[in-house]
Every structure is written in structure tokens, then in C-alpha cells.
Design a protein around this ligand. Structure first.
Ligand SMILES: [Zn+2]
Length: 505
């Protein structure tokens, strides 16, 4: 079979060498250039299917090269390699037509996933490749071989790369047997994805019987979804990485997000973009509930996670890496941009069962006129009510979840709000620096003073948004009916802890 050409453009010799190594193992034909001009010359002669392009190049920079490639050969896929944390450049590259981007320092694993996705997109329009079964067999053997090579390489790579979720299991297991098992699980999951979650096909390709394969699934605790099962019951991730830039509400610092796909059973993982430290979005890692929900592990803290978590909860995204610089950007104070971001990335059905937390009895937190309770219910529902003599007066809303569209229309657009009095206090504390008039609904003692409300009960809807986000910190979607009155993050988290102690092991 004719090998497909990939052009790698980078001025760092080590990067050229490691990328070449892993892609040769995968069976690609590799051409290399260490500057932009040479890359454009090679483009004419080798006509690659894919270009891996560094942004920072001597002479003609990567963005210029990308522009030329896309104007001359729009069908060539380009994966941009960008400097650590340079989100804006990555956004620019994606806007110019790059397929995806990889940040330095990158993991070879991430490179492989992205390259394979780009190649798949490239060849989708071409005829279906009818490879003989024997050839496929060889390909599987080759996959195993390259995986082993890859694991060896991972072993010698930097400690930062080892923190990536997929390799974490492998790193923590010391014996050869444990490593093999961790690898086997990853391999089975990848093969399942490749063969569209068809267990018979994968068993056949691996040369084992259906029942032997079933035993492997049970052993690795991989629970496949039943065919025809409604989509919301599958684990999900994104089809490709996406980026979003904005400002932190509390820190006021320019910040951004990079969302990247993760394999089944990974969960929602936040990663501090500057240190590479990860924190799982889980109730055990909640450090503060003052004005926003903050996660913390070791010395890494991630602030204001509730709005994006609400979107992930209602879109049923179960596995995702969220790279971030300290605080989730506030955007317009609502979750609308996060919905669009998820839709931009595309939802990948992982066909592995997603378990829900089904509420079995009533749980309740009551204190100083505030209350929140959750009761068993067939569907997910949240009711919120204000009843004070303050500026909000009576305001209530009932959200009944009927799929992501209902969330997107009824809850996601509701913005954060704050009181003028508190706002002054927040500023004294150095918080709310990003809370300019455009992304917070401000109230004085009597009324809203800076904007027209998007809904008459926008504030109650926003409280529901916060509840939905906090409730995803149990790690699984919740099924139950939540009724809350005058509560905030502190009560949400207290109730979650109560549920966690009773429902979960
Ligand atoms: Zn909020």
C-alpha cells in the first residue's frame, strides 16, 4: 500500500526527530523542513496529506506558511504546534483553517490521536478502503507494535507528559503485569472506537472469541452501551480540541480555555496550563464556595467552574480535559458561549455506558431560612425561588430537563448577578475585577441598575445554572428533583456531600 506523506515543519531538531520516529512507526512517509521557505518548497514536490507546522519559525513564521498552504491547497490538513499557553495564536490558526493545534510540550500520544483524526478527515471523501482481512490483521499487529514503542518512549519522556490522564494509570502501576493490563484496557478502548463500538468485530480482529472478549470487558470494567440505547446514556467527549478566550470574573485576568477529548472513564479533568498539574472535577476537590466554586489540589486551584460544569452536565460530556489558566473566563456572565464551544468541538459518542446517580430518597439542607433538597424523580428537574424583601423580591423558575436544547434556551443565557454593596466589598477583597458592567447584572437596594434582563426571572434561572454545575461534581449526571430557596454554592456543596456519603461508596 502506498504510504501517505506527512510534512513536519519545526526548527527544533529534537522535535523533528521525535515526531518523525512516532509517525514512521505508524507507517507514514515523512518529510521535514526546519524553516517556512523550505516547507513551501517541499509542499510543491511532495504534496503531503498533512502538515505538522510549528508557529515560531525563523524567517517566514508558521501563520504565514499556514495562510499560503490554505490558499494554494485547501484540502491539505494542517496541525499547528504552538508555544506553551499561547492560546490566541492557536485560535488564530484555527480561524485560518488549521485542523487542530498541539501545545508544546506535547505528548506523543496526543500527536497520534490528532494526526489520526486529521488523516481520517482527509480520507473520508475518498473511496472506502477495502483492505483484505489479512492486511488488517497485519495492521493490528503493527498497532500493537507501535503502541509498545510508544509506551517505551513515554517512559523516557518528561514528567509533565506523564501527568496526562491516559498515561497516569500506567505510571502508577509498577509491575510489568500491571502495566500490560493498563495498556490492554487502553488498547481495547481504542479498538472499540475504531470499529464503531462493535464488540464482535473487535473480537474478530483480535483473533479471540466473542466470549473471551466479553470476559476481557468485564475484567477491565468496560461496560458497553446496548445497541439502540438512547444517546444520553453513553459516555461522551468532544470530537476535537476547541479554544475560548475571555476574562476571569474574580481575578480580572485575561484567561482562556482549551477543551480536549479524553478516553472513556477519564471524567472531567482541569489542568493548570502553566504547571501541567491536574485537578479532577469532583466534590472531594472543592476548596471554596465563596461567590463561586473553586477546586483545589496540592497547590493548584481552579476558580469559577460552575457555569462550564453546568453545560457539561446537561450536554452529558463525561470525559474532557479542560486546560485553563487559574479561572474559567466569565464571558457574558452566562453559559451561552460554553454551549457554543461544545457544539463547535462536536460531540463524540463513546458507546460506553454512562452511569447516573439516581436519587433514592429525600436529602435536605436547611439553615437560616435557606433550604435545598433533592427528591427521587424520573427526570432531572430544578426549582428555585427567591423570597426576600430585598431587591429581587419574589422570583422563581422551574427547569425540567428535556435534552440539551431546553438547557441551552432556558438556563444557559441567564447571567451572573451581584449587589452593588457586595460588589464594592468584592473589589476591596481584590475579587470581581473582571466583573465589568457587561458581564454581571448589578442590583442596588431596589432594582437592576445596569442592564435589561433577558428573562423576567433571569436571576432564579442563573441560580439553577449554578446548581446544575455544582451537582456535576458528583462525577456523574444526577437524576432527581431539586428544590431550592435562597441558597448558594455553600448549600449546594453541603447537600452534595450528604448525597455522596449516602448514595456512593
Ligand atoms: Zn453563577
Amino acid at each position: 500500500m502506498k504510504k501517505e506523506n506527512i510534512l513536519i515543519v519545526d526548527d527544533e531538531k529534537n522535535i523533528l526527530k521525535s515526531l518523525e520516529g512516532i509517525l514512521l512507526d505508524e507507517g507514514y512517509n515523512i518529510n521535514k523542513a526546519d524553516n517556512g521557505l523550505k516547507a513551501l518548497e517541499l509542499l510543491e514536490t511532495v504534496r503531503p496529506k498533512l502538515v505538522l507546522l510549528d508557529i515560531w519559525l525563523p524567517g517566514k513564521d508558521g501563520i504565514e506558511v499556514l495562510k499560503e498552504i490554505k490558499s494554494k491547497y485547501p484540502l491539505i490538513q494542517v496541525i499547528v504546534i504552538s508555544g506553551h499557553g499561547s492560546i490566541e495564536t492557536s485560535v488564530k490558526a484555527i480561524k485560518l483553517g488549521a485542523f487542530d493545534f498541539i501545545e508544546k510540550p506535547f505528548s506523543l500520544e496526543k500527536v497520534m490521536i490528532t494526526v489520526n483524526q486529521a488523516m481520517k478527515t482527509q480520507t473520508n471523501c475518498r473511496k472506502n478502503n477495502k483492505i483484505q482481512k489479512t492486511n488488517r490483521r497485519t495492521k493490528i499487529d503493527k498497532d500493537i507494535e507501535s503502541k509498545i514503542n510508544f509506551l517505551k518512549k513515554l517512559d523516557s519522556s518528561s514528567s509533565h507528559e506523564k501527568k496526562l490522564t491516559k498515561t497516569r494509570a500506567i505510571k502508577n502501576n509498577n509491575s510489568i503485569k500491571e502495566r500490560e493490563q493498563a495498556w490492554e484496557k487502553e488498547f481495547i478502548l481504542e479498538q472499540l472506537k475504531k470499529y464503531r463500538w462493535n464488540p464482535e468485530k473487535v473480537a474478530g480482529e483480535l483473533g479471540i472469541t466473542k466470549s473471551q472478549f466479553k470476559q476481557k470487558l468485564v475484567y477491565h470494567q468496560i461496560k458497553l452501551s446496548k445497541p439502540g440505547r438512547i444517546k444520553e446514556k453513553n459516555q461522551r467527549t468532544l470530537q476535537r480540541s476547541v479554544v475560548l478566550c475571555g476574562q476571569g470574573l474574580h481575578s480580572g485576568i485575561k484567561t482562556g480555555l482549551i477543551l480536549s477529548p479524553l478516553p472513556p472513564h477519564s471524567g472531567i479533568v482541569f489542568e493548570d496550563i502553566s504547571t501541567g498539574e491536574t485537578v479532577k472535577a469532583h466534590i472531594d476537590n472543592v476548596a471554596s464556595t465563596k461567590y463561586a466554586t473553586t477546586l483545589e489540589k496540592n497547590y493548584t486551584s481552579i476558580k469559577t467552574i460552575e457555569h462550564i460544569m453546568a453545560v457539561l452536565h446537561m450536554y452529558r460530556i463525561s470525559n474532557l480535559l479542560i486546560k485553563i489558566g487559574d479561572e474559567v473566563p466569565i464571558m457574558d456572565g452566562s453559559a451561552r458561549d460554553f454551549c457554543e464551544l461544545i457544539e463547535d468541538g462536536g460531540i463524540e459518542e463513546q458507546m460506553i455506558s454512562l452511569e447516573e446517580i439516581v436519587i433514592d430518597k429525600e436529602y435536605c439542607i436547611k439553615k437560616n431560612g435557606r433550604s435545598i433538597r433533592i427528591m427521587p424523580s424520573k427526570k432531572f428537574e430544578v426549582k428555585y425561588q427567591f423570597n426576600s424583601d430585598g431587591p429581587i423580591k419574589e422570583q422563581k423558575f422551574v427547569y425540567s430537563h428535556r435534552g440539551k436544547e431546553s438547557f441551552k434556551n432556558e438556563i444557559a443565557p441567564a447571567r451572573t448577578f451581584g449587589f452593588l454593596k457586595e460588589y464594592e466589598k468584592l473589589e476591596e477583597l481584590g475579587l470581581a475585577s473582571g466583573g465589568r458592567l457587561s458581564n454581571v447584572i448589578l442590583l442596588d437596594d431596589e432594582k437592576v441598575i445596569n442592564t435589561n434582563l433577558r428573562f423576567p426571572e433571569e436571576l432564579a434561572r442563573h441560580k439553577i445554572l449554578d446548581i446544575i454545575g455544582d451537582f456535576y461534581l458528583l462525577g456523574k449526571p444526577v437524576r432527581g428533583c431539586i428544590v431550592a430557596c435562597m441558597t448558594g454554592h455553600a448549600e449546594n456543596i453541603a447537600l452534595l456531600k450528604d448525597i455522596r456519603n449516602n448514595v456512593m461508596v
